[in-house]
Design a binder for this molecule. Structure first.
Ligand code: CAA
Length: 291
């Protein structure tokens, strides 16, 4: 099936990144959020990033304008549902995601494929609550979407081959590389990455190292581009805890218990970069470790 219009639900850091790469590849994109403010913030953030690329001569002014013109911020569900593919990129909360698919259902075209950018939830379970489990896929982008090469593709138990092939072709057209994961909690990347972040939080919690020494150790000792706590702030500590909970419940193994210190940061509302504070405090000129 050929795709022309793609709807993206959720204008957070993942949603706007997905909208950008789709528009860059020539698709018309409808970007939706429940909050007008989130839509405005997402579009102005995109404009700033693209302006920097133009200034550094990495993108032409015409291409920048083309990308922005192809993204239509809209709160109209009828317009969203008319797309060939809807990619849901709302918060990592099963009730929120299922609620969105339910609200969207009456507006969907019969051919429309539904995809979720969930980073850990069961695709089979999300799909089963829709009217089209055979046209439902997990399409999991990495953050920051415009930079990261990988997209994980996850079939639910009922996903048909045509839906899978359409999503695989989309990933190729976006210039990204797909891996295929079976539908188990956290898929491949987060099954490995988030327990590592959780372990870094334990290392901090137990006083083995400070925020700075943990991050420096993994940057210089394991050649990671970001230390695990810096990366946790980047992903969002709320998302990290949500994924740990899915691993803990879904795999029923105590090795996945969320670190109490990580949970405490989330309870404090210190979600990381997006709110200005997490393992680091970003409110000044340079990030300052909180421990
Ligand atoms: N959005 C778009 N582009 C961004 C960006 C952002 N938020 N942040 C950085 N970039 C771009 C920059 O514009 C720059 O582009 P050019 O090379 O075209 O100029 C490029 O990325 C490199 O940026 P910088 O030189 O400023 O910074 P850097 O070299 O330190 O790289 C980084 C930044 C790419 C984010 C790098 O630190 C990195 O790879 N970090 C690890 C990221 C990672 O692990 N992501 C996966 C998270 S897990 C996930 O996403 C799954 C999940 O479900 C939780």
């Amino acid at each position: 099936m050929s795709l022309n219009t793609i709807s993206v639900i959720g204008a957070g850091q993942m949603g706007i990144g997905i909208a950008q790469v789709c528009a860059q590849a020539g698709y018309n994109v409808v970007l939706n959020d429940v909050s007008d403010e989130a839509l405005t913030r997402a579009m102005s953030g995109l404009d700033e990033r693209l302006t920097r690329l133009v200034e550094r001569e990495r993108l032409s002014r015409e291409d920048k304008e083309g990308i922005e013109a192809r993204i239509d911020p809209s709160r109209d569900y009828a317009q969203l549902g008319a797309a060939d593919l809807v990619i849901e990129a709302a918060s990592e909360n099963e009730a929120v995601k299922s609620g969105i698919f339910k609200t969207l259902a009456p507006h969907l075209g019969s051919h429309t494929i539904l995809a979720s950018n969930t980073s850990s939830l069961s695709i089979t379970r999300l799909a089963a609550r829709t009217d089209r489990p055979e046209r439902f896929m997990g399409v999991h982008f990495m953050n920051p979407v415009p930079v990261m090469q990988l997209v994980e593709l996850i079939r639910g138990i009922a996903t048909d081959q045509a839906t899978f092939e359409t999503c695989r072709e989309l990933v190729e057209r976006l210039g990204k590389i797909a891996t295929v994961s079976e539908d188990f909690p956290g898929f491949i990347v987060n099954r490995i990455l988030i327990p590592m972040i959780n372990e870094a939080a334990y290392v901090l919690y137990e006083g083995v190292g400070s925020v700075e020494s943990i991050d420096r150790s993994m940057r210089l000792g394991a050649n990671h581009p970001m230390g695990p706590l810096e990366l946790a702030d980047f992903i969002g500590l709320d998302t990290c805890v949500a994924i740990m909970q899915v691993l803990h419940e879904g795999l029923a193994d105590t090795k996945y218990r969320p670190c109490p210190l990580l949970v405490k940061y989330v309870e404090a509302g210190w979600f990381g970069r997006k709110v200005g504070r997490g393992f680091y405090d970003y409110r000044g000129d340079v990030p300052v470790p909180t421990r």
